[in-house]
Design a protein around this ligand. Structure first.
Ligand code: NAD
Length: 356
């Protein structure tokens, strides 16, 4: 890690900086780099501190903190999930987070993470599909065409080789938006009139809807043999997308079981129902797809190690590309014990005159 010389000043990647970075690197390349960075960290899974994220639930949504550390660096993300936000003109998911050094605890990055979450989620989906989906998958059905949709489609194109994306959303405006945004890419994009039409002929079925309820986006009769399911939207207690019977027909792959059992599709199953940890498939310690009729399910909820990898990647890329500014974030008295003196020496009007 290259540390800035002045530890009080912390690199900050604003939303504008993140957009400049993506434009400089190219979104498809960035998604591929993120998939590789996340996979590299999944391959050293055992070196990370892991805990289910800390969730604060309300009737409208959830606010979560996602920490992890590999012993050298520590990362955290603050993220919300508020399905009702869309109707109020706000995003369902918004996030920010940071990285710090474990040796002295000082932060080394603060970053926007709303865009970064969409990119790392898509990169993780593509990484999982690269390991689990049928070889030569070319068609993806994409149910839920909101904020995550285009990132998912492009990551699957870049990392897995998907050529056609079939879109369905209960709100036609969302599908129109995604059609428009994907129109200048290499993907063939088809707007469908139902979920059934969207998944027809697809080898990868992605569900990415937002509703705080046990929804049935895919019922058992909709899921044919041999497909790969990429279930993104069921990521909170009481919020799922797949009918339970689909789960019983699938081989289920998860990020961190203690978190997924609380938040993922498998919250519908018995607490000890067998699942496979994705990192073990990547590390060739467990089987992934073993036969053509097998239904593989990546029950994605989003795990802190993906944010750790993404933050490390964007820190290094932003420092190289100059897409950051420095934030005066850490109070830094010349004598580390004289925090009070530093405050007193700051000659702001009124402050010194205010009785303490
Ligand atoms: P969004 O609100 O922007 O989009 C959701 C879309 O789903 C909307 O267009 C809505 O009309 C559509 N929808 C709702 N119910 C539907 C149904 N029954 N059939 C078809 N379409 C339906 O949300 P987003 O930011 O795209 O996020 C989508 C989901 O992914 C959310 O639930 C979010 O919590 C989740 N998410 C998961 C991860 C992860 O790591 N697994 C990361 C980010 C977001």
């Amino acid at each position: 890690m290259s540390a800035p010389s002045d530890l009080a000043l912390v690199p900050f990647i604003s939303v504008e900086d993140m957009m400049r970075l993506v434009h400089k690197l190219g979104l498809r390349d960035m998604l591929a780099h993120l998939a590789d960075a996340i996979e590299a960290d999944f391959l050293r899974w055992e070196s990370f501190d892991k805990t289910p994220r800390v969730a604060s639930h309300s009737t409208d949504g959830v606010i979560e903190l996602m920490p992890t550390s590999d012993g050298a660096q520590y990362a955290f993300k603050y993220v919300n999930g508020h399905p009702a936000n869309l109707a109020r003109g706000f995003q369902t998911v918004a996030a920010f987070g940071g990285l710090s050094r474990v040796d002295n605890g000082y932060p080394v990055l603060l970053s926007e993470m709303t865009l970064l979450t969409a990119m790392r989620t898509a990169a993780t989906s593509a990484m999982a599909a690269r390991a689990l989906a049928p070889k030569n998958s070319k068609v993806m059905g994409m149910i839920g065409n909101g904020a995550q949709c285009e990132f998912q489609a492009l990551a699957m194109a870049e990392v897995v080789g998907i050529e056609q994306v079939r879109l369905w959303d209960i709100d036609a405006r969302a599908t129109e938006k995604a059609m428009r945004n994907l129109s200048e890419t290499s993907l063939e994009v088809i707007a469908c009139k139902s979920a059934e039409e969207a998944i027809a002929g697809a080898q990868i079925l992605t569900t990415c809807t937002a509703d705080k309820q046990f929804a049935t986006i895919l019922s058992d009769n909709m899921v044919g043999a041999g497909v790969h399911l990429n279930a993104i939207g069921g990521d909170c207690p009481g919020k799922t997308e797949l009918h339970r019977d689909v789960l019983y027909r699938s081989d289920i792959f998860v990020e961190f079981p203690p978190q997924t059992r609380i938040e993922g599709e498998i919250q519908q199953l018995e607490p000890d129902y067998p699942v496979t940890e994705l990192w073990q498939v990547l590390a060739q310690q467990a089987s992934g797809r073993t036969h053509t009729d097998q239904i593989t399910l990546f029950d994605s909820v989003g795990f802190a190690i993906e944010d750790f990898s993404a933050l490390k990647f964007v820190r290094s890329a932003a420092l190289q590309q100059g897409t950051y500014s420095m934030l005066d974030l850490v109070a830094d008295p010349d004598d580390p014990r004289d925090l009070f003196g530093m405050l007193g020496r700051a000659k702001f009007p009124r402050l010194l005159n205010t009785p303490i």
